[in-house]
Design a protein around this ligand. Structure first.
Ligand code: GDP
Length: 216
């Protein structure tokens, strides 16, 4: 598990980085509105209500940076957050909400896909999966899009606190087996809980590492 493999100094460097000031930069409804690609970025994608806002808030240690919303499907834009002027977090539009099942994918494919293709400074996309549900068809479509765009991505299980240890091991095992066949996927699946803080330090360390920010 990540807790055993992430070196303590990487955890500490990333903790310090994410403890520095972070801010909302902008929401872009079109790819052309996005800022220069002069800073490394990582992106967060997932089905609506997966816990994306909560995870971004947990990463930066704030309650209110990304809007945590109980209104699935509300986020329609790519929202960018600046972390200490050194990297940016991109919150991609949620996909796969209920009756819009068929348009899911379309939303993700339009703005989300344009983002994923159009940002040479994108170091990694994190695909969030609710650990209670595992990979669903819209997630597999998102993985197809990432594989086709050759965007390096990693699966992050959210809301791990909602499962018993044995159940979490099982969803980790199944998800890890599914990503093993995926060309652009990072082989390690990370289990997180924004509510309890599990996996957040490891996720910070992963973000800092892929952004080349391994010095304090
Ligand atoms: P988003 O739509 O993907 O941005 O999801 P939100 O961050 O708004 O979260 C959706 C719902 O899941 C909210 O009711 C959150 O309180 C809940 N939630 C998010 N993360 C966690 C978590 O780690 N544990 C638990 N138990 N609930 C969570």
């Amino acid at each position: 598990m990540a807790e055993e493999t992430t070196p303590p100094d990487a955890i500490e460097t990333a903790r310090v980085l994410f403890a520095r000031p972070s801010s909302f930069l902008m929401g872009a409804a079109e790819i052309g509105q996005l800022p220069d690609t002069n800073l490394p970025e990582v992106a967060f994608a997932g089905r609506s209500n997966v816990g994306k806002s909560s995870l971004i808030n947990a990463l930066v240690g704030r309650k209110d940076l990304a809007r945590a919303s109980n209104e699935p499907g509300r986020t329609r834009e790519v929202n960018l957050f600046d972390v200490d002027g050194r990297l940016r977090l991109a919150d991609l539009p949620g996909y796969g909400f209920a009756k819009a099942a068929k348009t899911t994918a379309r939303k993700f494919q339009n703005l989300g896909r344009a983002y994923l293709r159009g940002r040479p400074n994108l170091m990694r996309a994190y695909l969030l999966i609710d650990s209670r549900h595992g990979l669903k068809p819209p997630d597999l479509e998102a993985m197809d899009a990432l594989d086709q765009a050759a965007v390096s991505y990693q699966i992050v299980l959210t809301k791990a606190d909602k499962l018993k240890a044995g159940e979490l091991d099982e969803v980790l095992r199944r998800t890890t087996a599914a990503v093993a066949k995926r060309p652009a996927a990072h082989p390690e699946v990370l289990a997180t809980s924004s509510a309890k803080g599990d996996g957040i330090a490891e996720l910070r360390a992963g973000v800092a590492t892929v952004c080349g920010l391994t010095e304090a």
